[in-house]
Design a protein around this ligand. Structure first.
Ligand SMILES: [Zn+2]
Ligand SMILES: [Zn+2]
Length: 259
């Protein structure tokens, strides 16, 4: 039996859509998923995310404000709310944060301010930062470079091979999601081929971005196996190797307390 880690799944969304979480997580463990990271998008979702992490041994949480939600945050409160979360033993990362110029081009300064704060928090608490980057590669790289010593994950990687290399130089892992299985995702295929396996993570970003052959349908953690299979195919190596090394990478970056 192989062991996989889904390093990015919005389980709270899946639950809110009326799914039974025992069923969802046992389907995942049936295909080898050993643990899952559930990032938060806004402080009002923290209670749901924490409740799931407390209920399931193999579910861990991350806390931050998603870049498309920053414009709605009341000043002062959010930072204290996130910092309060970081004391919880199941909170193992800052996330998700980052920059999104695809959905929101009008609050770029606010996005930068939040992203900088979360990078600083990651450095201060020695926690990995889960970075969302949509059409913002250059600024993501620049802001991370301005915070030396910070470490983390480029979640749902959407750049090309040279950008992956630049982020690895900054200490960031490259996390591939369901879009790496898309036929026309040539840049991602090249990035997966050239990125050393020691720097690769896998994720679903469920309920979004289902891999082929479930494209367009709601996603769930069990489908991280399809991402692992695609990486194995692209690199021409056994699935077992992808599973073993990406799981070890996930342990190194997130340092979960696995009992
Ligand atoms: Zn994201
Ligand atoms: Zn996400």
């Amino acid at each position: 039996m192989i062991a996989l880690v889904d390093t990015h799944a919005h389980l709270d969304y899946i639950e809110r859509e009326g799914n039974d979480m025992d069923t969802v997580l046992s389907a995942a463990s049936d295909v080898g998923v050993s643990w899952v990271v559930n990032p938060s998008v806004t402080p009002d979702k923290f209670p749901d995310v924490l409740r799931l992490a407390e209920r399931f041994n193999n579910v861990f949480a991350a806390a931050a404000v998603h870049p498309t939600d920053v414009q709605d945050m009341p000043d002062e409160q959010w930072q204290a709310q996130v910092e309060a979360m970081l004391d919880h033993p199941k909170v193992i990362a800052i996330g998700e944060t980052g920059l999104d110029y695809y959905w929101d081009k009008t609050h770029i300064e606010t996005q930068h301010r939040f992203f900088r704060t979360f990078l600083e928090l990651g450095r201060k608490h020695d926690l990995p930062v889960i970075v969302h980057d949509r059409d913002a590669h250059e600024d993501v790289h620049r802001l991370i470079s301005e915070c030396p010593g910070v470490r983390g994950v480029m979640h749902c990687f959407s750049g090309d091979a040279p950008f992956a290399e630049m982020m690895i130089e900054r200490g960031f892992y490259i996390s591939f999601a369901g879009n790496v299985t898309f036929k026309n995702a040539t840049n991602l295929h090249e990035a997966a081929k050239s990125t050393p396996l020691e720097w690769i993570l896998i994720e679903t970003d469920s309920p979004f971005l289902s891999p082929v052959p479930f494209r367009g349908k709601p996603n769930e953690p069990s489908r991280v196996r399809l991402v692992a299979e695609k990486i194995a195919e692209l690199k021409g190596i056994p699935l077992e190797t992808v599973a073993e090394v990406t799981s070890e990478n996930a342990r190194k970056v997130f340092r979960p307390c696995l009992s």
